[in-house]
Design a protein around this ligand. Structure first.
Ligand code: MLT
Length: 264
């Protein structure tokens, strides 16, 4: 892991395949860190540069006090690109990473070569969703990241992957390792995130929408609707994958991300 100071906050990141001209910046979801992109770091860095940060409050990055916001996360990533002297990258975000990718497009479109939106949505939280975030904040504050990880895992993975210790244990460990301060701040940032639907028609770069066939949190029908709102988007549905498609089925996702990055 390397470290950079972004907006006064220490961010940990991996940066592989630096010799390649095309760069893919991968933004992890919640409550994860850059390790959810392990298979992309290993499988794509022979062909493209892959930059995989831990967001503020996640993984090995610093946990500054909240509140956080999608805009703040996006500005941190642009500060990291500045630090690495990367003018433009293909921006790939999974779930919360997708919410951040929308913010990055709104605030810094000149840094976005193309967008890959994985298992994500443009809608803000509903009133019920915001209420659930507040309950989750209270329960993480009273309990632990590990208890939260046990609650989340069945919602994220397909039943087969949930039963596969090589997948389940990795995902659970990664979630349980997240700092509670960062979890709470991320929940608040997601609760308060803006509606990204008005952003969709403004997206002029090529866009690849990827979704696990068995994603129950952001299902394929939502991915189709998301892509339909973006002028130059296509959808790829990944079999044997739930909400964590690049981790659950990298054999299908990696060629898509490789081809998309190389051709953008
Ligand atoms: C994620 O995977 O980042 C979360 O499911 C996003 C969310 O809770 O809205």
């Amino acid at each position: 892991m390397k470290n950079a100071i972004a907006n006064g906050v220490k961010l940990a990141y991996r940066d592989l395949g630096q010799r390649h001209p095309q760069t893919l910046l991968v933004i992890h979801g919640f409550p994860f860190d850059h390790r959810m992109w392990q298979a992309q770091l290993a499988g794509l860095s022979n062909d493209v540069r892959v930059i995989a940060p831990d967001l503020r409050g996640a993984g090995a990055s610093e946990v500054p006090p909240g509140p956080y916001s999608m805009d703040q996360y996006a500005d941190d990533l642009v500060a990291l690109l500045d630090h690495l002297d990367v003018a433009q990258a293909v921006i790939a975000g999974l779930s919360m990473g997708g919410y951040i990718a929308f913010a990055l497009w709104r605030r810094h479109p000149e840094r976005v070569r193309a967008l890959a939106l994985l298992d994500t949505r443009a809608e803000p939280d509903s009133a019920q969703g915001r209420e659930a975030r507040n309950k989750a904040i209270a329960s993480v504050q009273q309990g632990s990241a590990a208890a939260y990880a046990d609650e989340m895992a069945p919602k994220l993975l397909t039943p087969d992957n949930l039963a596969d210790p090589r997948i389940h244990d990795r995902v659970r460990e990664m979630m349980a390792a997240q700092p509670t301060g960062g979890i709470v701040a991320a929940l608040g940032a997601m609760r308060d995130r803006p509606d990204s639907r008005p952003t969709l028609p403004t997206i002029t770069v090529p866009t690849l929408v990827i979704v696990g066939a068995q994603d129950t949190l952001t299902p394929p029908a939502d991915a189709e609707a998301l892509a339909a709102g973006i002028p130059n988007a296509r959808v790829e549905i990944i079999p044997q994958a739930g909400h964590l498609s690049p981790l659950e089925n990298p054999r299908r996702v990696n060629p898509l991300l490789r081809g998309f990055t190389l051709s953008s």
